[in-house]
Design a protein around this ligand. Sequence first.
Ligand SMILES: Nc1ncnc2c1ncn2[C@@H]1O[C@H](COP(=O)(O)OP(=O)(O)OP(=O)(O)O)[C@@H](O)[C@H]1O
Ligand SMILES: [Mg+2]
Length: 447
Amino acid sequence: MSTACDTSLCLSTEGDSFPDLSHPDGIHARSANDVGTCIGSYRLIKVLGEGGCGTVYLAEQNNLVRRRVALKVMKLGVDARQVVARFEVERQALALLDHPNIAHVYDTGTTEDGRPYFVMEYVAGLFITDYCDRERLTIKDRLNLFTPICDAVYYAHQHGIIHRDLKPSNILVRVRGGEAIPVIIDFGIAKATSQPLTDRTLITSLGQLVGTPAYMSPEQAEMTGIGVDVRSDVYSLGVLLYEILTGRLPLDVANPGKIPLDEMLRMVREGAAPRPSVCVSRLGEKAERICRGRRTEPRALAKRFKRELEWIPLKAIRKEPDQRYQSAADLAQDIRNYLNGVPLLAGPQSLAYRLDKLIKKHLKLVILAEIFAVILITSVSIMFLFVEDYRRRTVQAEASLAELKADLKAVKEQKDQLEVAYLKTRAELDRIGGQRFRKAPQDDRRD
Ligand SMILES: Nc1ncnc2c1ncn2[C@@H]1O[C@H](COP(=O)(O)OP(=O)(O)OP(=O)(O)O)[C@@H](O)[C@H]1O
Ligand SMILES: [Mg+2]
């Protein structure tokens, strides 16, 4: 590495307030020797971290602009020409990426000893998983932190760029003005540094290059490079979401030393992930710590995941790309759907589910409607009873009237009969009276 850069512009590393994100694994001792030296016009200030591909330094750019950058130097043995050539293919598209949640990639080049390097925006922050745990974010806050990441990945996809290596170490959370902003790093770098594989030896060497395959989609684990598209990033986002929610990976492939790489890749292609609610109920002694970090307790967490919330990561990590969310935007949308209480894309298409969601979302309205319905039904019932009573009374009155009419008619008939009888009697009396009157003169003559 060159030491001949212009040191007059270098920033002091004394009293440097940048957080040291590196892990105390001893690797830095070698890389630390490079601190103070220059690569091109970048002076290395300190080691930020070391991944499978190489070492990342905090560096100071001192030619065109003076700024702090992250400089990632690949390991020796990587074909620098190929890496730079592959990077050049996407360089133009990468330059056009302008998103608050995506770190800029400024430059690329080759060191004097033939190692490719990338110059990126420096992001002072923690891995997203560490940030969530340190801040003890609730499930809701974790979801709210995660959705802008999906939006940013979708934005990059719209610009024709697939990340291919989304994982906690590539998503750092920086805090600005009290606001936590997740920033995705390494866009465009995974593609440039990926290598075609032909045999097991190469797979093993790739194992060192790519780190854990835990976030790798099944089609990436095929190692052919065929069939990798935006849905591979959706898969990695699904794994990340699963981990942010449960504190566990969906597939237990995080220990490269313990399981042979080809076995790990087979697990990625074929292994089944437990449902988050089941995963949480199997946490054992870790449950307490994981739940404390989410401000909840084990039973409540398992209940929270049951059904809807676990459908989301499970859909994102389906083995078949066609069965996953078809875009990072759909994944973001479903998280928002969950937070807003509307039916999920990952949910069943049944009317019962949709109706259930509708009722839950508009619970206050539903209660009001129910009260209104009860009042309405009660009033109608009371009115019905009144009407029924009135109808019954009317029928009774009509029956009584009919009876009276019948009685009257009978009385009238009796009266008519009496009249007839009276007239008859009268006529008879008249007739008898007349006879007597006519008889009397004869009697007189006999005397
Ligand atoms: N732009 C950046 N700003 C701040 N820190 C960074 C930046 N890029 C990388 N780092 C730090 O350097 C570390 C190493 O990064 P690197 O990309 O080499 O490895 P990784 O992402 O952890 O794993 P892998 O090599 O498998 O991709 C990261 O974990 C992070 O802490
Ligand atoms: Mg990285």
